[in-house]
Design a protein around this ligand. Structure first.
Ligand code: C2E
Ligand code: CA
Ligand code: CA
Length: 555
């Protein structure tokens, strides 16, 4: 494989690979962060759910107590024997209640479900509002440890109080284990914990404004110096109490980072898929035939015009049209970089027809002055072999009366067939001249040459270059000239770079010359200017074709 081919192949593989890796990496990172947010949200939701579950459980238990308190309040005179029986029955249904107590309107505890208190005990339980109330922890005379109470107003103005099992209440928050977090039943007004599991920390920079009426969640620094996620859910049955749960972010989010095997597999598949897509796309974009096609569509090919001059006075009597490609990325490209492929793919046919139309438009000022102005257009076997192209060229001939078609000797020899002969005759019949380009390099036999309708022999520039040297090529020009004269053809010498060459060719009898000495291939605008300059009297009134390209000096 040639070095340039290897380079192109590597480029064809490397670029898609890089694109697919970069795109997959960006997609993976974006998806990772999105996924990370989801995973964090899931952890927070799971934590909040623990608090919600506990609040629902507490609500259920408190509802049971509330109904029991209502039943007791409606069950007759408290502390009477029949009422005590009712109290004991109710207590049996409430495993989380240790005792039912009754106070009078003066807040004196008269009895509980086991005994009368004589004298009565003072109760400091305030009646906060109608309905179910909570109070605690607080100390009472007949208990060594602080108690927690749920209570309601009794018919006679006193209270019926349910004393919660302290252990039961504490156990409610026991199931939560986090070394730096806590779960608590808190006072909804102040945030102060009633019972807690873990170490309580107050929020520092994130502030859930107490009192709390509805569920709140926040992420922020607590006074333990760590970032926490905290969720607080007020109880429905007892809004003065809320369940709070809080966990430090490090332990809450531990284990959510990183990729798993399926991710790696998906990323790998992504890279492969993208690579294949990019590879196909790049191959398509890099396909030279496709590029040529789009260049035709975008009219990126343009013409340069090189003068053909008369040997005697060096005046311009015609031109050769030479194609260039204004490539969108590579700049102006010379013909050998695209003509061979255009010929092989036969796209050259469309390109030449487009070229002839451009010539007619661009050389209009010259053609108006000299309608038979010689214009040499290069063609190849693909054109000659296609009758539709011959028709299309013939259709354009009336606008280009001096049209000469140049076809190389090589092409004529390689594709010699009756079809070519017929096509050349058709062109000749339409008044189009045929020039045999690069003549002397293609071994065209004399009899074959004389059978073809050829008007011009254009001697290859290698023979002109050999002029004045000992090379055998120097003598070929004389032979070409004699041949042309014998067959009644015109002889043109191309590649004339030096004065001595021009002089010798003129002396030899070449009437027409072409070469850098007489003029480089230039843009239409410059060429028309050059031509008009040698006809000063015609110059002013003529409209000049708008320049379509810049001239390009041959390398
Ligand atoms: P060609 O038909 O033999 O065209 C003449 C080439 O010789 C041109 O090269 C021209 O720039 C160059 N040339 C002119 N004077 C001198 C000189 O004094 N010294 C030297 N060393 N070279 C000179 P260019 O334009 O690069 O074209 C190269 C070839 O590409 C042409 O050879 C022709 O075979 C092909 N070509 C150019 N334009 C077209 C086109 O429109 N259609 C087709 N089918 N072939 C084209
Ligand atoms: Ca030519
Ligand atoms: Ca030539």
């Amino acid at each position: 494989m040639a070095r340039s081919d290897r380079k192109a192949t590597i480029k064809l593989l490397i670029i898609p690979l890089m694109i697919s890796i970069v795109v997959t990496a960006i997609a993976t990172v974006s998806f990772y962060y999105y996924e990370l947010d989801n995973r964090k949200a899931l952890k927070r939701t799971a934590l909040a759910q623990s608090a919600i579950t506990l609040s629902e459980k507490l609500d259920q238990s408190f509802t049971d107590v509330n109904f029991a308190l209502i039943e007791s309040a409606q069950g007759g005179q408290p502390c009477q024997s029949n009422h005590t029986g009712l109290s004991q029955q109710l207590l049996l249904k409430l495993p989380h209640i240790s005792e039912l107590r009754y106070t009078d309107a003066n807040n004196q505890t008269l009895c509980n479900n086991w005994q009368q208190f004589s004298p009565s005990l003072s109760s400091h339980t305030p009646l906060l509002h109608k309905g179910l109330n909570f109070f605690g922890p607080h100390l009472i005379e007949d208990r060594a440890e602080p108690i927690y109470q749920l209570f309601r107003r009794h018919q006679d103005g006193g209270q019926v109080q349910a004393v919660l099992h302290r252990v039961w209440l504490k156990n409610q928050v026991k199931f939560f284990h986090s070394p730096l977090g806590f779960m608590a039943i808190i006072n909804s007004d102040s945030g102060v914990p009633v019972v807690i599991n873990g170490k309580y920390s107050m929020p520092l920079n994130a502030d859930p404004t107490f009192p709390i009426n509805e569920s709140v969640s926040f992420e922020g620094m607590l006074d333990n110096g760590r970032m926490h996620y905290t969720f607080i859910q007020p109880l429905t049955t007892q809004p003065t109490l809320s369940v709070a749960i809080s966990q430090d972010l490090d332990s809450l989010y531990a284990g959510i980072y990183g990729f798993n095997a399926s991710w790696i597999g998906t990323a790998g598949a992504g890279v492969t898929l993208l690579f294949l897509l990019c590879f196909q796309l790049q191959r398509k974009l890099n396909d030279p035939i496709r590029q040529l096609r789009s260049a035709i569509r975008r009219r990126e090919f343009f013409n340069l015009y090189q003068p053909l001059v008369r040997s005697s006075d060096h005046r311009i009597i015609g031109c050769e049209v030479l194609m260039r490609w204004h490539h969108p990325f590579k700049g102006v490209l010379p013909p050998m970089t695209f003509i061979p492929l255009a010929e092989r793919s036969e796209l050259i046919k469309e390109m030449t027809l487009q070229q002839i139309d451009t010539v007619i438009r661009e050389l209009a000022p010259v053609l108006r002055l000299t309608p038979t102005f010689k214009v040499s257009v290069n063609i190849c076997a693909a054109h000659i072999n296609d009758p539709a192209v011959i028709d299309a060229i013939i259709a354009r001939a009336p606008k280009l009366k001096g049209l000469v078609l140049e076809i190389t000797e090589h092409q004529v020899v390689e594709h010699s067939s009756p079809k070519i002969q017929q096509a050349l005759h058709r062109l000749r019949d339409a008044g189009i001249k045929i020039s045999m380009d690069d003549f002397g390099t293609g071994y065209c036999g004399l009899s074959y040459l004389s059978s073809l309708p050829i008007d011009v022999l254009k001697a290859d520039r290698s023979f002109v270059a050999a002029l004045g040297t000992d090379s055998i090529n120097a003598d070929v020009l004389k032979t070409i000239l004699q041949l042309a004269q014998k067959l009644g053809m015109e002889a043109i010498a191309e590649g004339v770079e030096k004065h001595e060459q021009a002089k010798m060719l003129s002396q030899m009898g070449f009437d027409v010359q072409q070469g850098w000495l007489h003029g480089y291939p230039v843009s239409a605008f410059e060429f028309v200017e050059q031509y008009l300059q040698q006809r000063p009297e015609q110059r002013k009134p003529l409209p000049i074709a708008k320049p379509v390209t810049e001239s390009v000096t041959p390398a």
